[in-house]
Design a protein around this ligand. Structure first.
Ligand code: F6P
Length: 545
């Protein structure tokens, strides 16, 4: 057993946090700031080009001390060491968890079963470089001798969300290749994508760790059929590449070995964009940018592995999130990047966070009697302000929110960027301070409203404030800062899983749906419908007839 298996609620720190919560839950952010003029400095971490201000949270120094004590008591230090050292911390699947090895330095030594995996990682990275260089430069040609213009990534879950999010995030650094992503087994997705494509100039990258995923194999087969309407079987060699651990199945599909990029069992799907799963990223922005992103992630890895917990960004953010999830009873967290490029960031993190920590059985196989995984959601600001911010400001729920912004924009349009960032700062301030009845009254009086209409409208215009936020301010959205940002959230997931005493790196919950869908497909395609509950039977009958 590599990880500690103790129930966090039985620790001394948890008990102290429970009574500390009772004593302090009524205290407001205004009071916290009022009682400590140095609070913003005290609760800000600066690291590389990251400034993380977590002062607008309902925490005191004592809260943080107790949360840090919790981290110590559950053995977080050892757990972090075990992950980086390649211990089998994914015990239910009997696997190491080494996405960090994918972005390690070439001179590092990280062993799996006694073998250093870093040289293999770099060998695959070199092949990704050569392959993507040849497609981007046009030296590799399609079956009629034309250079490639379009790339379609075929994958789902971790084999889609990571590359899709990063390709969008780093669009500014992109080249002439037009990128497309097909994931859903919904045939309309694949046919809509193929509609505008030319088989002579399109490259297809089939990404599937297992190469058994129904959606990906169905889409890949449909695409191959479409391709073979204009091309010959031998042309598949020029137009199809694959990324997988399952090389046997790829051969059956007909993809030539030189276009097959391996990955490893010790890389989880939702943490795999750093592996050959990132081939589409290399194609979209070039290998150098891909490599810079890995450097950024590696720097965050070093920070996570070595910084003291009170200065450790992933640890601090994870602890604060636990404070709200387990003591305030918050169920969701919003992630709001003030960058349109990061429009897929929250969707990407939904898989990372919810597939990892959406567990209700602890590491002893017992049902937990406390809350685990948070629900993640969000959209970029300022759009989200005009969509769902009303609920964060004036709804009944406490929704801890991360605001992610950049000092510089990529096109350098100051007018736009100043307006964007004015909103960024204004929102966290407004969420914290709200608007008191006195202020509302003053404002209405200055607008010449009479006393009776003021009294009528006043309750609706009051904002309670006291809404918690973290502000992550970075210099600029670069491949490197993006790599560090993604790695930060990856590590936050692990810290929380360790504390909740759950296994963050398996995903058995996704399996049931897959099995049942296979069974129901036979019902749909066969003559008879097998036994189901009455509701499902009725619906199937309606669908078939
Ligand atoms: O949805 C479950 C899952 O196993 C994810 O963890 C994974 O990212 C996705 O399916 C895709 O799996 P594969 O890469 O094996 O096709």
């Amino acid at each position: 057993m590599s990880l500690d298996h103790s129930n966090p609620t039985k620790t001394k720190a948890w008990k102290k946090l429970t009574s500390h919560f009772k004593d302090t839950s009524a205290k407001t952010l205004e009071e916290y700031f009022g009682s400590n003029p140095d609070r913003a400095n005290k609760f800000t971490i600066t690291w590389n080009d990251f400034t993380v201000d977590y002062s607008k949270n309902r925490i005191s120094e004592e809260t943080m001390d107790l949360l840090l004590q919790l981290a110590e008591e559950v053995g977080l230090k050892n757990a972090i060491r075990d992950q980086f050292k390649g211990k089998v911390i994914n015990e239910t699947e009997g696997r190491e968890v080494l996405h960090t090895a994918l972005r390690a330095k070439e001179t590092d030594v990280i062993k799996v079963d006694g073998v250093n995996v870093v040289p293999e990682v770099y060998a695959v990275r070199n092949r990704m470089k050569q392959f993507s260089d040849s497609i981007i430069s046009g030296s590799a040609k399609g079956y009629t001798g034309k250079a490639f213009t379009d790339v379609v990534n075929i994958g789902i879950g971790g084999s889609d969300l990571g590359p899709a999010m990063v390709v969008e995030a780093l669009k500014f650094y992109g080249n002439h290749l037009k990128m497309h992503f097909v994931s859903n087994v919904d045939g309309d997705h694949v046919h809509e994508t193929l509609k505008g494509l030319d088989p002579e100039t399109t490259l297809f990258v089939v990404v599937s760790k297992t190469f058994t995923t129904q959606e990906t194999l169905t889409n890949a087969t449909t695409i191959k059929k479409w391709f073979l309407k204009s091309a010959a079987q031998k042309d598949v060699a020029k137009h199809f590449a694959a990324v997988s651990t399952n090389t046997e199945k790829i051969e059956e599909f007909g993809i030539v070995p030189q276009n097959v990029f391996p990955m490893w069992d010790w890389v989880g799907g939702r943490f795999s964009l750093w592996s050959a799963v990132g081939l589409s990223i290399c194609l979209a922005v070039g290998y150098e940018h891909f490599s810079e992103m890995l450097t950024g992630a590696n720097e965050m890895d070093n920070h996570f592995e070595t910084a003291d917990f009170e200065e450790n960004i992933p640890v601090v953010l994870a602890l604060i999130s636990i404070w709200y999830n387990n003591f305030y009873g918050s169920e969701t967290e919003a992630i709001i990047p003030y960058s349109q490029y990061l429009s897929r960031f929250s969707a990407y993190l939904q898989q990372g966070v919810m597939e990892s920590n959406g567990k209700s059985v602890d590491r002893n196989g017992q049902k937990v009697d406390y809350q685990t995984g948070t629900i993640i959601w969000g959209e970029p600001g300022t759009n989200s302000q005009h969509a769902f911010f009303q609920l964060i400001h004036q709804g009944t729920k406490v929704i801890p929110t991360d605001f992610i912004g950049f000092k510089e924009s990529l096109y350098g349009d100051k007018d736009h960027h100043n307006k964007l960032m004015a909103n960024f700062f204004a929102q966290t301030e407004a969420l914290m301070n709200g608007k008191s009845p006195e202020d509302v009254k003053k404002e209405l009086l200055s607008n010449n409203k009479d006393e009776s209409s003021i009294n009528k409208i006043l309750p609706f215009k009051v904002f309670e404030g006291n809404k918690p936020t973290n502000t992550l301010l970075l210099d600029k959205l670069t491949p490197k800062s993006l790599g560090a940002l993604i790695a930060l959230y990856e590590h936050k997931i692990y810290v929380q899983g360790v504390i909740w005493n759950i296994y963050s790196y398996d995903q058995w919950g996704v399996e049931l749906g897959k099995q049942l869908a296979t069974a129901i497909l036979s019902d749909i395609e066969g003559d008879d419908i097998a036994n189901h509950d009455v509701s499902t039977l009725n619906l199937l009958d309606l669908f078939k007839n």
